[in-house]
Design a protein around this ligand. Structure first.
Ligand SMILES: NCc1[nH]cc(CCC(=O)O)c1CC(=O)O
Length: 337
């Protein structure tokens, strides 16, 4: 660049805030990162390019051959992102809230969540419009213990098989006839522009979603006031309250991904309502709870306690040895495959 051109073209842009955003590299993670970057840029009137998206590969992305519940469970999608934040390589990280562990490293916090997408699961099958209509003995692929157990609750005769990979990979395996049907989150399909692949959106009563499903969570360093201030206008308080309740529920029960657990909280008419369920992996037995309480202003703590109360109501009713049996059942089933 010659000296002349520099003089002729003085910088006219405002200095851009440089935010480095860490994300996994899957198409869904990238779609979520772009959604966050767009919202930040719109809220502050700066160019989207001011948010530098940095892809970070996580252990969860590398393990493809076994269920993540056997590979260490929660944290596999976040550990490397956490490290990048702590080391100051990135200023914020974006996650599917569903994949965020209940405990974060001391230096990090969940700054909040974007407004939640539809929380429901969908059914995808060329063979039947609903799980009820699938021929006896058909094979359904899923990597989710929760979806497998909820499905077996409705249809004990179906075979549930492990189906891993990102959303597109799973759809390709279904199209290739590896399984007769699969279940996915509507939110993920929407973000990928693939919502038309859904055969049927499943009722929340039959398929209670995973804690955090449909929400995008953002983590930052606890002491990074500048990043937290930039995020404030785009975060959704109602989603944060609902997620606090769902995560409270999960924390008391089991964060290890070895038990099928569903949790869904809503915030309406100044009330928080949480429904939770714990099932045996084969869907033969289940335990439910529902808790409601007033929404006090800024009451993340109250919401978390509500979730914990619901979880304790279930814990009190679980047969002795429930979690060990569940983990064993899970391990045996996977050993057979
Ligand atoms: N574990 C993978 C994952 N994490 C978040 C979503 C969907 C998007 C969301 O729930 O926000 C998915 C795929 C799926 O469950 O279909």
């Amino acid at each position: 660049m010659s000296r002349n051109s520099t003089i002729a073209n003085p910088p006219i842009d405002q200095p851009l805030p440089r935010l480095r955003l860490g994300t996994r590299g899957s198409p869904l993670a990238l779609a979520q990162a772009h959604e966050l970057a767009d919202r930040l840029a719109r809220a502050h009137g700066f160019a989207k390019e001011a948010v530098a998206i940095t892809i970070i590969r996580t252990s969860g992305d590398m393990i493809q051959d076994r269920p993540l519940s056997l590979a260490g469970g929660k944290g596999l999608f976040t550990k490397e992102l956490d490290q990048a934040l702590i080391e100051g390589m990135v200023d914020l990280a974006v996650h599917s809230a569903k994949d965020l562990p209940t405990i974060l490293p001391e230096d990090l916090i969940i700054a909040g969540y974007l407004p939640r997408e539809d929380v429901r699961d969908v059914w995808i099958s060329p063979k039947a419009g609903h799980p009820r209509d699938l021929p006896p003995g058909s094979v359904v692929g899923t990597a989710s213990l929760r979806r497998g157990a909820l499905l077996k609750r409705l249809r004990p005769d179906l075979e549930v098989r492990l189906l891993r990979g990102n959303v597109e990979t799973r759809l390709a395996k279904l199209a290739a006839g590896e399984v007769d049907a699969t279940l996915l989150a509507l939110a993920g399909l929407r973000r990928l522009g693939l919502a038309d692949k859904a055969t049927q959106v499943l009722a929340i009563e039959d398929f209670l979603p995973a804690a955090g499903q449909g929400a995008i969570g953002i983590t930052t360093r606890r002491d990074d006031a500048a990043t937290l201030a930039l995020l404030a206008p785009i975060l959704d308080p109602a989603t944060h309250v609902a997620l606090a309740a769902e995560r409270g529920f999960l924390t008391v029960l089991d964060g290890s991904c070895k038990t099928p657990i569903g949790a869904h909280a809503t915030v309406e008419h100044d009330q928080v309502t949480l429904r939770g369920i714990v099932l045996r992996p084969d869907g033969s037995e289940w335990f439910e709870a529902c808790e409601s309480g007033p929404l006090e202003s800024g009451s993340l703590e109250a919401a978390r306690e509500l979730g914990e109360t619901a979880a304790r109501a279930i814990l009190a009713r679980l047969p002795e040895g429930f979690f060990q049996e569940s983990a064993q059942e899970n391990a045996q089933k996977n050993a057979k495959e």
